[in-house]
Design a protein around this ligand. Structure first.
Ligand SMILES: Cc1cc2nc3c(=O)[nH]c(=O)nc-3n(C[C@H](O)[C@H](O)[C@H](O)COP(=O)(O)OP(=O)(O)OC[C@H]3O[C@@H](n4cnc5c(N)ncnc54)[C@H](O)[C@@H]3O)c2cc1C
Length: 380
């Protein structure tokens, strides 16, 4: 049940083949070792996963947002970590495309269009998570440059990113009105990449601290306008949140498929366990939730592609529903597999760990519910 065009179907088939042939086996390995899979990275570069939406003029595939969601969903079916790497690059890209002026686009798009140049999104700080307006990383103008001091944490692709979209404040007292974004290249003196977090899930997707020690950034690297950084976040919010929803959908779909196949072949009491209503209803509930999430996500993706704006309310609904759904479906998948589901012999325990992150990233689900409730007050 879908409305995908031929291009979307081809993208899905291409990623499915890639995942089947190359990603599945490596995903389990690097989940244990926590190393970044550069071999898979190279494969993604060769298959254009990092420049999928970049204009052909710059070497990209110029595909639509729906295609980007399909890529993230299909990767997440077999590995949440790879999906997170690609999705967070897309999140950085959304802000870049919304905020960059023509000079910045001419400078960076040829690099991004090559397909091996990653863009990151750096907002969260040790004392500023959900309360993003309280961020303290400070940018002070000195002559033709900004001097930046402070630090970020939990930055996906930290250390492997080439260009960070960095959110600072020019005046912490101004909260939202002080937030100002910059483009920061990875080699910038004063940028210190910290330790990789030892995480529950997404273990092969690096999550690092960044420290800025008198880091000097030319004023040409200001992204958007002074004090207008939050507007960039708002502009890209729909796209970044629906991508997380697509990631959650993929994780849930992967867990559901594993659970169904297992329940069909595992026998207890002389018959396949799928014959027991206690199991088959659990699988039916998974399918109901997965299909509802898919319908909402791709409806929103199509609306983004049609140029519809102001979809934040629905993006929060999709992100919240899909990630809560993924947590429930993966937990139930472990249950369907019984003791085997609890071991790393099967992928569902990893999927359950990966699903948890989708309830936290891109605004926790509590924050999404606050946004949804605000929307309701306006609407009714
Ligand atoms: C794997 C991973 C990757 C990430 N990647 C990035 C990245 O690339 N870039 C980036 O900038 N950040 C990234 N983050 C950070 C992520 O966006 C934050 O963790 C998230 O926004 C929550 O912030 P916090 O962890 O400080 O939690 P807090 O804000 O401290 O929240 C703690 C708890 O309190 C709840 N809470 C807070 N305020 C309220 C409220 N008003 N009402 C009700 N409940 C509330 C939260 O929902 C949560 O349950 C990543 C995080 C993870 C885990």
């Amino acid at each position: 049940m879908d409305n995908f065009n031929e291009e979307h179907k081809l993208v899905r088939e291409m990623i499915q083949k890639l995942c089947r042939d190359k990603v599945v086996r490596r995903a389990a390995e690097v989940d244990k070792t926590e190393e970044y899979p550069w071999d898979l990275h190279q494969l993604f570069v060769e298959n254009g996963l990092f420049n999928i939406r970049v204009s052909e003029k710059y070497g990209g595939a110029e595909m639509d947002y729906t295609s980007a969601c399909i890529v993230v969903e299909e990767l997440a079916k077999v590995d949440g970590a790879c999906a997170n790497t690609v999705a967070h690059h897309q999140a950085g890209m959304c802000c870049f495309m919304d905020g960059a002026n023509e000079v910045q686009k001419e400078k960076y798009l040829p690099k991004i269009g090559r397909g091996d140049y990653l863009v990151g999104f750096a907002m969260t700080e040790p004392n500023s998570g959900s309360d993003a307006f309280s961020l303290k990383t400070r940018a002070t103008m000195e002559g033709e440059e900004y001097v930046i001091n402070g630090g970020k944490c939990f930055i996906s692709n930290g250390g492997i990113t080439d260009l960070y979209v960095l959110f600072t404040t020019v005046n912490p007292a101004q909260r939202r009105e002080g937030i100002t974004a910059f483009l920061v290249e990875k080699e910038t003196p004063g940028l210190i990449v910290g330790k990789n977090e030892n995480k529950m899930g997404f273990r092969a997707s690096p999550t690092r601290e960044l420290t800025f020690d008198n880091m000097r950034v030319p004023k040409e690297n200001l992204l958007g306008k002074i004090g207008k950084g939050w507007e960039l976040v708002l502009q890209s919010l729909t796209e970044t949140r629906v991508l997380v929803a697509a990631m959650a959908l993929g994780i849930a779909q992967g867990a559901m498929e594993t659970a169904i196949l297992y329940a069909k072949q595992r026998e207890q009491f002389g018959q396949p366990i799928i014959n027991f209503q206690g199991i088959s209803f659990m699988l039916a509930d998974m399918a109901i939730q997965v299909e509802c999430a898919r319908a909402l996500i791709y409806k929103l993706a199509a609306m983004v592609d049609q140029g519809k704006r102001k979809l934040h309310y629905y993006a929060s609904v999709a992100k919240c529903f899909a990630s809560d759904m993924a947590m429930k479906v993966t937990t139930d998948a472990v249950q369907v597999l019984g003791g085997y589901g609890y071991t790393s012999e099967f992928p569902v325990e990893k999927m359950m760990r990966d699903a948890k992150a989708t309830q936290i990233i891109e605004g926790t689900n509590q924050i999404q519910r606050i946004q949804i409730a605000k929307g309701l007050i306006k609407m009714y």
